[in-house]
Design a protein around this ligand. Structure first.
Ligand SMILES: [Zn+2]
Length: 88
């Protein structure tokens, strides 16, 4: 069974993916949507995921900067080597 949309203005049968009524041009894209609590929950989940991502990223950057400064301070990384390689 194929569900068909009806134009709320003139009652013309429209395709399910129709955005405007083919008869009168009414915007019919503001029909049934997801319940509001689901969309707001989705937004909150996304924000939480982004915050967790930034927190994890911050921890990684902190660890790598500590590791990098440790390596430089202990002479594991010598910048003069890179400079010599660049001149070649
Ligand atoms: Zn219409």
């Amino acid at each position: 069974m194929i569900m068909k949309k009806l134009c709320p203005n003139c009652g013309t049968q429209l395709d399910n993916d129709a955005v405007f009524c083919t008869s009168c041009g009414t915007n019919i894209n503001n029909g049934p949507k997801l319940p509001h609590f689901i969309t707001s929950l989705n937004k909150r989940m996304n924000i939480t995921a982004i915050l967790i991502g930034f927190a994890v990223l911050g921890v990684f950057i902190f660890i790598f900067s500590m590791l990098f400064s440790f390596l430089v301070a202990n002479g594991f990384i010598n910048f003069s080597v890179f400079r010599l390689n660049n001149h070649n």
